[in-house]
Design a binder for this molecule. Structure first.
Ligand code: UD1
Length: 430
């Protein structure tokens, strides 16, 4: 089993190139099968979630031609099956986007019901509510969601909770429904807008993505397109916090600074200097970070996917901070791991009180999930001594070449496969 081994205490310096947004890619890949024509997708991140999604698509008959690591040509003309296997949904929840895509195109789809996951129970009732409103009959049989419709009809749909997944899934199905759909209380995340832009480039008629209300006029057919995915704001934010926590000076390149506003505002609050350019942001850390309170919220609020990263920063900041997680119920597990590195915190319900310590010390920890795992890497980079991180398969779901990019910034980190390799690393880094 691969592990990351880190010798902490080196300030990160230099420039790092950010890849395409994983969460946008997952929606866009699903949407791409809604046409029988070829679709070229560029700036595709080469991460595990994307690769599993492509495997799930191959399984139902989608032609996948990987041009290079970051571009793929897809063709959904020969789809012979509308049932996704459990093996894929287990590995990647977002393969449920194929439900909306297949339902829109073929008026039927079957996808295993995703269970809970490490960050919470994550129901998908709103996705199903939307499909039903469009006229689909939705049943749960033998652990799978079966959605079937004679015809999908545009409707007025109000989402009870702001949900990225439900917004994207319903938007895809409604793109090929008859007539007008209005979705209210939509998620406004940049990747919702990216999926809408992608569908529009295939001939869909979607207006208002990025606001609370999305209006869609259904079309009969979608067509071929070429599309480049937006940069990953969470990958960017992770490197920005890595700079902040290690006393570094890092420029993240190929980003859309507007998408990073909430992250930038918190970095400023905890004492960092920020310089914004057209497609880059530079973060300079202070001698010691300051405490701050933070509450996760749907976009444009502070992202839940950046909560563990700021939690690590606050664990080393001067003073006591309060972190409120308002999106998922189980997103503080990393604090138990961080305690092994000397952090001091107390969790009550959806709130964590973090008392900053002067320094963290290296320890052996496990990645509880994707973003929490990335946050523990940041902790290891900042800590004194050696940190070993287990279960990095979670981290590899969403970060391309994480250790390589960090080494490019001067970090002492290696991905190792055995005790022997780990010992060799320790010998090398001294
Ligand atoms: C997406 C992101 C994930 C991010 C999250 C919040 C992808 C692939 N994943 O997840 O990285 O952390 O947005 O920004 O894009 N909810 C319901 N019923 C539903 C759907 C959601 O109650 O049918 C609730 C969820 O439990 C959660 C909240 O709504 O409390 C927001 O979840 P949602 O925005 O749907 O998250 P995902 O799309 O799963």
């Amino acid at each position: 089993m691969e592990q990351y081994i880190i010798r902490g205490g080196t300030a990160l310096n230099g420039e790092v190139e950010i890849g395409g947004a994983k969460n946008a890619a997952l929606g866009i890949l699903a949407a791409a099968i809604m046409t029988d024509e070829e679709v070229l997708i560029e700036n595709l991140p080469d991460v595990r979630d994307v690769n599993v999604m492509l495997e799930a698509m191959i399984q139902i008959g989608v032609k996948v031609d990987r041009r290079d690591r970051h571009s793929v040509v897809l063709c959904g003309a020969d789809i012979g099956d509308v049932n996704i296997e459990y093996e894929y949904i287990k590995k990647i929840r977002a393969s449920y986007y194929l439900l909306g895509a297949l339902l829109g195109k073929y008026k039927k789809a079957e996808v295993p019901l995703p269970g809970g996951c490490n960050i919470g129970s994550r129901p998908i009732d709103l996705h199903l509510k939307g499909f039903k409103a469009l006229g689909a009959t939705v049943t749960i049989q033998n652990g799978s969601i079966c959605a079937v419709a004679q015809a999908l009809k545009g409707r007025h749909i109000f989402l009870d909770t702001v949900s990225v997944g439900a917004t994207i899934n319903i938007m895809m199905a409604a793109s090929m429904a008859e007539g007008r759909t209005v979705i209210e209380n939509c998620a406004k995340e940049p990747h919702v807008v990216d999926v809408a832009n992608f569908l529009n480039s295939m001939g869909a008629n979607i207006k208002g993505a990025g606001t609370d209300v999305i209006r869609i006029v259904g079309v009969e057919k979608l067509h071929s397109t070429e599309y480049s995915i937006i940069p990953d704001q969470i990958e960017a934010g992770t490197y920005m916090f890595a700079a902040a926590c290690t006393g570094g000076d890092v420029t993240v390149r190929n980003v859309i600074p507007k998408h990073l506003e909430a992250t930038i505002s918190k970095l400023l609050e905890i004492g960092c200097d920020i310089e914004e350019f057209d497609t880059a942001v530079r973060v300079k850390a202070p001698a010691r970070l300051s405490c701050a309170n933070v509450k996760t919220l749907p976009y444009p609020g502070y992202p839940t996917d950046m909560q563990p990263q700021i939690g690590v920063a606050l664990s080393m900041a001067e003073g006591t901070s309060i972190v409120t997680e308002s999106i998922f119920e189980n997103r503080f597990k990393y604090l138990d791991e961080l305690a092994r590195m000397g952090a001091v915190s107390k969790v009550e319900g959806n709130t964590a009180v973090i008392s900053g310590v002067e320094k963290l010390t290296g320890a052996r920890v496990s990645a509880p999930d994707l973003r929490a795992g990335a946050a523990l890497v940041i902790a290891g980079l900042a800590a004194e001594g050696i940190t070993m991180i287990d279960d990095i398969i979670y981290i590899q779901r969403g970060y391309e070449n994480f250790d390589l990019k960090l080494r490019g910034l001067g970090a002492k980190i290696e991905c190792v496969n055995s005790e022997r390799e780990a010992r060799k690393f320790v010998l090398m880094v001294g």
